[in-house]
Write a protein that binds this ligand. Structure first.
Ligand code: ADE
Length: 234
């Protein structure tokens, strides 16, 4: 992890599920200060954009030196948190969690000099179509999503597979006690004890929810699961 604010870490990753797993050594985090790679008297890491415009840009030479100092081996993905990046998906999270652990660069300012992105093979990753003031909170979101998939982190293995996105659907609604809340009972089928009916009901609910809220996911699921019938091999 490369950041201008190493003191932000582990932050929320130091408590709860991720925090317990961190304390027990199931994962590790090294937050390094990009500023330690600055070479001038003022330890400057940024400068004004070539061509003019507002804000400041993270310098290529300083960030490259920070990446090289943190060098993590050729197999580790190098990610740059950026609103310009490819949107993070659960399948990418699953892939990252199965790998050696990424080197994550957190940007600040208006951006990062394009030359270091190319020269160090940084893969830009976004956590959504909105702009944060820096990559740190985005990195925490990514790390949290990965850590909870690591073996031994979550109590019940099933709880990570039967949830939103693992099968391209949003999660079905959940209920627990009390039996009646402000006049609303738990749907009867869920207390019927008929497991096949419960499963069918949950699937129908998940599908209806996905259709209504995320037509993009619904279309993708139908596209992926029903390949065209008349494709022939030439
Ligand atoms: N940095 C600033 N905004 C971001 C976003 N939406 N995703 C990832 N990194 C960011």
């Amino acid at each position: 992890m490369l950041t201008l604010f190493p003191e932000m870490f582990p932050g929320p990753l130091g408590v709860s599920l991720a925090g317990r797993a961190l304390a027990s050594g199931l994962w590790a985090l090294e937050a390094r200060d990009i500023r330690d790679s600055a070479t001038d008297r003022h330890r400057s890491v940024d400068d004004s954009p070539a061509g003019g415009g507002p804000g400041m840009v993270l310098r290529a030479d300083v960030l490259a030196a920070a990446i090289d100092a943190a060098d993590s081996g050729p197999d580790r993905p190098r990610l740059l948190m950026s609103p310009r990046g490819r949107p993070l998906t659960q399948s990418q999270v699953v892939e990252l969690a199965a790998g050696p652990g990424p080197l994550i660069v957190c940007g600040r300012f208006e951006g990062v000099d394009q030359r270091v992105i190319a020269a160090r093979g940084l893969e830009e990753v976004s956590i959504g179509d909105y702009v944060l003031s820096g990559g740190e909170i985005a990195a925490m979101a990514l790390i949290d999503a990965c850590v909870r998939l690591l073996p031994g982190v979550m109590g019940k293995p099933g709880s990570s597979t039967e949830e939103s996105f693992s099968d391209g659907l949003l999660e079905y609604p959940q209920y627990t006690r009390p039996q009646e809340f402000e006049g609303q009972p738990i749907p009867e089928i869920l207390i019927s004890g008929d497991h096949a009916k419960v499963t069918a009901w949950r699937l129908a609910e998940a599908e209806a929810l996905t259709r209504a809220r995320r037509p993009d996911l619904w279309a993708a699921k139908n596209r992926d699961q029903k390949p065209p019938k008349n494709t022939t091999k030439g």
